[in-house]
Design a binder for this molecule. Structure first.
Ligand code: ZN
Length: 148
């Protein structure tokens, strides 16, 4: 990954080597799985939702440093946040990855995720960076559908 800022690379490697919130949550916590065939990254997102907020999140799976670091950073940012806030953070992150969706992107503090901004220069690695976010959104969608 030549071309990534050294400081940012250190933050990414820190999350890769020492991933936050790694593990599993037992049912009835929800589990969503994602796979990025371009790189072979796998991610499992365990979600415990209470009062329309992410009470707990855990990450399983394996893959490249970008995919695993992004998942780790995601957990530190969204644990405790309302689902509405999670969608805003997700949208802001995808916007940083040059994936623009409808509607206004609010000014959100992306914390350590800012370290991934250089990844936008590597189109194939964008899929690695957003894998855990897609998986999270898929999980939230399925949870919403099952509780209606
Ligand atoms: Zn990857």
């Amino acid at each position: 990954m030549d071309g990534l800022d050294e400081l940012y690379m250190e933050i990414i490697l820190d999350h890769y080597r020492d991933p936050r919130n790694r593990g599993e949550l037992a049912p009835p916590a929800y589990m969503a799985e994602g796979f990025n065939p371009m790189c072979g990254d796998e991610v499992k997102v365990f979600l415990d939702i209470e009062n329309n907020a992410v009470k707990e999140i855990r990450i399983g799976g394996q893959g490249c440093s970008i995919s695993q670091a992004s998942a780790s950073m995601m957990t530190t940012l969204i644990e405790g946040k309302s689902i509405k806030e999670v969608h805003q953070i997700s949208k802001a992150f995808k916007s940083m990855m040059a994936i623009n969706e409808e509607g206004v992107v609010e000014d959100v503090d992306l914390g350590d995720l800012e370290a991934l901004q250089g990844v936008v220069k590597f189109p194939l690695r964008i899929k690695c960076a957003i894998l855990s976010w897609h998986t999270l959104e898929q999980g939230l969608k399925e949870i919403a559908a099952s509780t209606q």
